[in-house]
Structures are given as C-alpha cells and as structure tokens.
Design a protein around this ligand. Structure first.
Ligand code: JET
Length: 234
C-alpha cells in the first residue's frame, strides 16, 4: 500500500518510521511519501493561506497549491485510490472504516490547517479520485496531521504481515469493535502485586469460565462507559 501525506508540517510524520508501521515500511508492505504543500506554491513567499471570502476569523488554505499537488500525485497512479481529508466535519472514523480503507492500493491524506481548505479543492478532487472527509472524533485539532497518523496506524496494522500474531486481530474482531463491546480487563504476572490480586477465575484453567467472566466484564464496562454501543446492537 502506498501512503502519501500532503502537509505543511512534514515533521509530524517522523514517527511513521517507528514500531510496527516503521517495520511495515522497511519490509515493503507499505511505502510512505511525505510531501510539503509549499513545493506547489508559485510565489516568492510560498503562501498557502488567505483570508476567508465573506469574512470571519482565521485563514483558509488557498486552492492553487492543493490543485497542483493533487495533479502531480495522481498523474501516474493506478489501482484503488482514496483521498482522505481529516476534518472535524467528516464522517466518523471507525474500525469498519479502517477495514475498508485497508483494501486500497493507495491512500493520500490531505492535511489541512487553519480554518480548513478552500471547498473547491474537495470538489475538484472528486473529479479525479474517491474522496472521503473523515473525522477522528468530536473535537478540534490544529491540523489534520495527528488525525492522519491515528488513521494510518489503525489501517496499517490490518495489512497482512504487519501485526506479528494474526490472532490479535482475530480476537479483536470477535470480542472487540465489530461486536460492539469494549475490551475486558487484562492481567499478567505476578498474581499478586501491591496488595492487588489477579481475579481467581483467570488462574483456574477453566477456559469456559474464563470466557464467560471476560464476556461479563466486557458487557459491564460497555454498559458503564459506552451504553450507546449496547443500544446499537441489532
Ligand atoms: C479533526 C479531525 O481537527 C481535525 O482535523 C484538522 C482540521 C482542523 C481544522 C480544519 C480542517 O480542515 C480540513 C478541511 O476539511 C474540509 O478543509 C482540518 C478532528 N477530528 N478529526
């Protein structure tokens, strides 16, 4: 999978060389390109923003550099491509969305700053590729970079060969997000630590009892923290 990031702060993407995503890049499962939007400016000051037409606070990203960037990046591209624009006004990012996006050959993240990108850029991009405006959650970040990083991690770990133990993914899809329950609490050794004991049942060796306990825990935690997930079920 090819992953491109168009940004005015390329340094945000240095962590992509770390951990599982970094290893995926080293092994050739993914290929990463970080592109400075200012490379596509044509003025001396490499301007990427301007005041909002119609008035209002803040600045808006100019369409011209984005247009040239998209033309260049999409010039010699084949396969299934999606342009992702992280934005608080997008559709919510979910595990299901991550699964879908993991099936593409190429993802291009357009990272906006200020009050956003001139709306004609999205309109133009739609004539070239599939475009998804996606939100990480109902809060405002200073730019799309951190949201793009989070989405990248969620997507890349689903690619074959990235997560060492495929059972980790398998288990998530059974007890986790896809079945709409939060994860049960987990423990490791020692069995007693600072006066707190690992729940007895987990030491019992009764696999059916352990599975039942975990199920109950997951349901209780979900009821307390995310009752919306239980209502959504069926
Ligand atoms: C975000 C994503 O804050 C988030 O994304 C960054 C951001 C901030 C402000 C404007 C913006 O514009 C992009 C654009 O979209 C139409 O033009 C992007 C919060 N949750 N998820």
């Amino acid at each position: 999978m090819k992953l491109d990031y168009v940004t005015i702060f390329g340094e945000y993407f240095t962590p992509l060389s770390l951990s599982l995503v970094g290893k995926a890049a080293e092994s050739g499962i993914i290929e990463i390109g970080v592109h400075d939007l200012r490379e596509w400016t044509t003025d001396l000051h490499r301007t990427v923003d301007d005041t909002p037409v119609g008035g209002g606070a803040g600045m808006v990203m100019k369409p011209e550099p984005w247009g040239l960037a998209l033309d260049d990046l999409l010039a010699d591209s084949e396969g299934r491509i999606c342009l992702i624009i992280p934005t608080p006004s997008g559709v919510p990012f979910t595990q299901a969305e991550a699964v879908e996006l993991s099936g593409y050959d190429r993802l291009i993240f357009a990272c906006g700053r200020y009050e956003g990108i001139d709306a004609r850029v999205h309109e133009y991009a739609r004539t070239l590729v599939e475009v998804r405006e996606i939100s990480l959650g109902d809060y405002v970040l200073n730019g799309g970079e951190v949201a793009a990083l989070a989405m990248t991690e969620a997507i890349v770990r689903l690619l074959p060969g990235v997560v060492g133990n495929p059972e980790s993914l398998e288990e998530e899809s059974h007890s986790g997000a896809l079945e709409s329950l939060l994860e049960y609490p987990v423990y490791t050794k020692p069995a007693s630590w600072r006066g707190m004991d690992v729940p007895e049942v987990l030491l019992s060796g009764h696999h059916a009892k352990i599975a039942q306990w975990r199920r109950e825990q997951a349901e209780n935690i979900t009821q307390q923290r995310r009752p919306d997930l239980l209502k959504k079920k069926n």
